[in-house]
Design a protein around this ligand. Structure first.
Ligand code: SAH
Length: 210
C-alpha cells in the first residue's frame, strides 16, 4: 500500500471512523482506478473529485461515514442509488453479500461495471434507470444507500426497505448542502437520526440517459 493510502486511513480515523471492517474495505479499494486521468495526483486526498457527466466521486470521509451508518451482518443485501464512479459500490461489495446499484447515466454505469469486473467484484448487480423508483424485482432490501441529494425520501425506497432495515439519504432543499439522514424502519414506524451536513449532486427523478 502506498503512503498516500496510509495517510488517508489515518485521516478517516481522525474523522471519527472506528469500524475496522469499514476502514479495511476502504484501505483495500484502489481509489485511483475510480478517478479520471487528470486527477490521479489527488486520488487519495480526502476530497470529492469531478467525474464524467458533471457528477462527482464522493469524499472518502463521507463514503466511510455512510458505510459505517449501515454496516451490519455480512449476509445483508444492499441497494445503492447513484453508482457514479462505482467507488462507494466497491466498498459496499466487500462488506455485504450482494449489492444492487442503479445509475441514470449510461456512460458512468458502463465504466463502473468495467471496474467491478477488473476488481473481481462479482456480487455487484448494476442497472441503468431512475433510482427513485427503486428495484422492485429485488426488494425488499436490508439497507438502502442514496448517494445523491434529495428533497424528500422517495416513497418507493421506503416501501422496498425491510422492517428492521436502514436507509441513509442526504436530504435538503438545495444542492449546496443536505443533512444526512439515517432512517430505521420499524413495525411502529420510521425512526430518523441526523448524521450531519453533506454535499451531494442532486438526485434526478427522470428517465435514464443512454
Ligand atoms: N457513489 C458515487 C457518487 C456518485 S454522485 C461514487 O462513489 O462515485 C451521484 C450519482 O447519482 C451520479 O452519478 C448521478 O448520475 C446519480 N443519480 C442522480 N439521480 C439518480 C437517479 N434518480 N437514479 C440513479 N442515479 C442517479
Amino acid at each position: 500500500m502506498d503512503l498516500r493510502q496510509v495517510r488517508l486511513i489515518m485521516d478517516l480515523r481522525q474523522n471519527g471512523i472506528q469500524d475496522v471492517n469499514v476502514l479495511s474495505a476502504i484501505e483495500k479499494t484502489p481509489r485511483h482506478l475510480f478517478v479520471p486521468e487528470n486527477f490521479q495526483e489527488e486520488a487519495y486526498e480526502n476530497t470529492a473529485l469531478p467525474i464524467e457527466s458533471g457528477q462527482t466521486i464522493s469524499q472518502p470521509a463521507v463514503v466511510a461515514m455512510m458505510t459505517e451508518a449501515i454496516v451490519g451482518d455480512k449476509r445483508l443485501r444492499v441497494l445503492e442509488i447513484g453508482t457514479g464512479s462505482g467507488y462507494q459500490t466497491s466498498v459496499l461489495a466487500q462488506l455485504f453479500r450482494r449489492v444492487y446499484t442503479i445509475e441514470r447515466h449510461g456512460n458512468l454505469l458502463k465504466t463502473a461495471q468495467a471496474r467491478f469486473d477488473k476488481l473481481g467484484l462479482h456480487n455487484v448487480t448494476t442497472r441503468l434507470g431512475d433510482g427513485t423508483k427503486g428495484w422492485p424485482e429485488q426488494a425488499p432490501f436490508d439497507r438502502i444507500l442514496v448517494t445523491a441529494g434529495a428533497t424528500e425520501i422517495p416513497e418507493a425506497l421506503l416501501d422496498q426497505l425491510r422492517i428492521g432495515g436502514i436507509l441513509v439519504i442526504p436530504i435538503g432543499p438545495s444542492s449546496d448542502a443536505q443533512s444526512l439522514q439515517r432512517v430505521r424502519k420499524e413495525a411502529d414506524g420510521l425512526h430518523v437520526e441526523d448524521l450531519g451536513l453533506v454535499r451531494f449532486v442532486p438526485l434526478v427523478g427522470e428517465p435514464p440517459v443512454r
